[in-house]
Design a protein around this ligand. Structure first.
Ligand SMILES: Nc1ncnc2c1ncn2[C@@H]1O[C@H](COP(=O)(O)OP(=O)(O)OP(=O)(O)O)[C@@H](O)[C@H]1O
Ligand SMILES: [Mg+2]
Length: 223
């Protein structure tokens, strides 16, 4: 798979790839809805997708990966994440971008660095090798990291639903995941916006939409 090139003659229509990430319960799904509304109001073509998942195979892998009954090594867990991601890029993300459709994904590779790297302890170099192989240079134009303290994350998870295989981990796991997100932002600040999501929804939403707006203006897509 080749890296994506902008085939559009009109820079005003250059599609963007946005991912939303952060620890469980940070508010990704909540604020994806706000982004969806924004793109709809702007009358811009877009798709919403998610990881792991986004394709029939990816969704099957997601079910396995999130199922508390699944027994899997850390390495296999990481490889399955990238297997799902390859299919997702090939079948969904790259074709959408090539057609001029904006792509918004609930999680992407930062989650692998955070959960399989930070949480499980796999070396980032190994994950970076898989990233290079599978993505071949394709990266989100913008990654919004929603950041909440651990106790807020755990409290929101408790409140909202039954815990999946990752959510059953101990708080030390989530602490490492959160720290890994911070380290990702520090290592590549140009691609990220980190937002304090431990505030009123409307305040968080305003920051999320402002970040999307800035990106679109930079891309010349808002004119
Ligand atoms: N700013 C906020 N203040 C209070 N509650 C919030 C806020 N944002 C989200 N919530 C609530 O917290 C819970 C988790 O939010 P949400 O499902 O959007 O998180 P998530 O990041 O998508 O979680 P997951 O990673 O598990 O999918 C939901 O019940 C949601 O309504
Ligand atoms: Mg969610």
């Amino acid at each position: 798979m080749q890296p994506l090139t902008n085939t559009s003659a009109n820079a005003a229509t250059k599609p963007v790839f946005i991912s939303l990430d952060g620890i469980d319960g940070a508010g990704k799904t909540t604020h994806l809805n706000a982004i969806q509304t924004w793109f709809t109001e702007q009358n811009m073509p877009f798709i919403m997708t998610r990881e792991p998942g986004g394709t029939p195979l990816g969704e099957q892998l997601r079910s396995l990966l999130l199922d508390p009954k699944t027994q899997v090594s850390n390495e296999t867990e990481c490889l399955l994440m990238f297997a799902a991601r390859q299919q997702h890029l090939q079948d969904v993300i790259v074709p959408a971008l090539q057609q001029g459709t904006h792509v918004i994904s609930d999680r992407f590779t930062d989650a692998t660095f955070a959960y399989q790297g930070g949480g499980r302890g796999l070396p980032w170099e190994k994950i970076a090798q898989l990233e290079q192989w599978v993505q071949n240079g394709i990266q989100p134009d913008l990654t919004i990291i929603l950041d909440v303290p651990l106790d807020v994350s755990l409290e929101r998870i408790e409140r909202s639903r039954e815990k999946d295989r990752f959510e059953q981990e101990q708080s030390a796991f989530f602490q490492r995941v959160r720290e890994a997100y911070h380290a990702r932002v520090a290592a590549h600040p140009e691609r990220y916006v980190i937002i304090n999501a431990h505030r009123e929804r409307e305040e968080v939403k305003a920051d999320v939409i402002a970040a999307v707006n800035r990106l679109m203006q930079n891309q010349g897509a808002n004119t």
